[in-house]
Ligand binder design. Structure first.
Ligand code: HEM
Length: 404
């Protein structure tokens, strides 16, 4: 592809063989302009992607300080205006600082036992199953939902109710205009979350300490109103939104990667202390989120191209994590890789707030699974994924927990 040719992100060839497409872009078109008018650019090399993430002048908002007018003034708009991933400094800096104690080491230490319980129970349920099961349905979708519910002190039985409404709310968190019907639905759903989480907060008032993620945030709310009630609720719902699909995909990718690389599974079974390194390698090798958007905060040059202020930059995380300029032998899945630092949680000011919880989950899962289900086998090597550009989620992973 020549640098003058616009890239079609909808091209089936691009989506079906993504890692080859990413490699072509890294090698021949590292600032790929996107059709129809070339005003968006895709960056795919590790050094470029990392540089943009770490530059505090790059924005998540298309126009500095401006929120989309098409959202009106209802609960959906409130959600957008208070949501961490959609805010730039200084609003983001303030809210992020207040939200950070939720996954600080003190809170994390208290989470380990219940996270371990949820993962153990679900591994035991797999162990009890005869024949073949779909890992996505029987583990991948369940465990993150149970963990997110427990995190928010919501009953696990409410997971379906809470999750079902999420896509309608997600629409207000993107920068794509909504139809009046979509906006009405998003407002209704946003109000549902304000009421639902509001009730949980009220029922827990005075009962949670700072070692509990909700308790830590409630403390910030109670102490002189540093965090408003709306901010508290939007941040907690944000935990649910940010954790569910990412964790489901990472856990499914982990099992798929290990079952399709039996040598790596054997290494992990022989040395469970490799679990944290194996989790990092899964996130590097198959990053759950393929692209994250930023807007150029000023005009700059990159690989001979001028990037104008305000240009939408699609930052290719999954590609960056396979960049041969950064990782030796990048397509090899190697849990003993010496340099594991990747961009799956991004870098800079918006770096995934829940990364410590995700690492705790990965450690527990990858320690237990090879011990409890040593013969687990992949039934079908053809693993379908949605063709979503940003988030290609595996829709089924057929396994035999007790082996074939
Ligand atoms: C393997 C699992 C996960 C992956 C791959 C992942 C990935 C990401 C990515 C790519 C971002 C965007 C960062 C940016 O825009 O620079 C993000 C942000 C975020 N994540 Fe995660 N995430 C995971 C799990 C979690 C969990 C378990 C939680 C919390 C329960 C969480 C909470 C958040 C929050 C609150 C943000 C917004 C941070 C901000 O904008 O300041 N994530 N995550």
């Amino acid at each position: 592809m020549s640098a003058l040719e616009y890239l079609s992100l909808g091209d089936p060839a691009f989506r079906t063989d993504r890692f080859s497409a990413y490699q072509r872009l890294r090698d021949h078109n590292p600032v790929a302009r996107v059709e129809p008018d070339g005003t968006r650019a895709v960056l795919t090399r590790y050094a470029d992607v990392e540089r943009i993430f770490k530059d505090p002048q790059m924005r998540v908002q298309p126009k500095a300080g401006e929120f989309p007018a098409y959202l009106g003034t209802g609960p959906g708009a409130t959600f957008h205006k208070l949501s961490l991933p959609d805010l730039d400094a200084p609003k983001h800096t303030r809210l992020r600082k207040l939200a950070s104690p939720a996954f600080a080491p003190r809170a994390l230490g208290h989470m380990r036992s219940w996270v371990e319980q949820i993962i153990t129970d679900n591994i035991e349920a797999l162990a009890a199953a005869d024949g073949e099961v779909d890992f996505v349905e029987h583990f991948g979708m369940r465990v993150p939902a149970e963990i997110a519910c427990r995190l928010l002190h919501a009953p696990a039985t409410d997971a379906e109710t809470v999750l079902r409404r999420m896509p309608a709310l997600n629409r207000v968190l993107t920068h794509t205009p909504l139809t009046p019907d979509e906006l009405a639905e998003a407002d209704e759903v946003a109000q549902f979350y304000f009421d639902y989480i509001g009730e949980i907060i009220d029922s827990k008032r005075g009962k949670l300490g700072p070692e509990d993620p909700v308790g830590a945030l409630m403390l910030a709310e109670e102490e002189g109103g540093r965090l408003s009630r709306d901010e508290l609720i939007v941040t907690l719902v944000g935990f649910f939104i940010a954790s569910y699909h990412t964790t489901m995909t990472a856990m499914t990718n982990a099992v798929h990667a290990l079952l399709s690389h039996p040598d790596q599974m054997r290494l992990l079974a022989a040395d469970p202390d490799l679990a944290p390194a194996a989790w990092e390698e899964v996130l590097r090798w198959q990053s759950p989120v393929h692209f994250i958007t930023r807007y150029a905060g000023y005009e700059f040059e990159l690989h001979g191209e001028t990037i104008a202020e305000g240009t939408q930059l699609l930052l290719g995380i999954a590609s960056a994590n396979r960049d041969e300029r950064r990782f030796p032998d990048p397509d090899t899945f190697d849990i003993r890789r010496a340099d594991k630092r990747h961009l799956a949680f991004t870098a800079g000011g918006h770096y995934c707030l829940g990364a410590p919880l995700s690492r705790l989950e990965g450690d527990i899962l990858l320690r237990l699974l090879p011990q409890r289900l040593p013969a687990m086998a992949l039934i079908d090597t053809n693993t379908p994924r949605t063709d979503d550009l940003v988030f290609p989620v595996m829709t089924a992973l057929m396994v035999a927990p007790k082996g074939v």
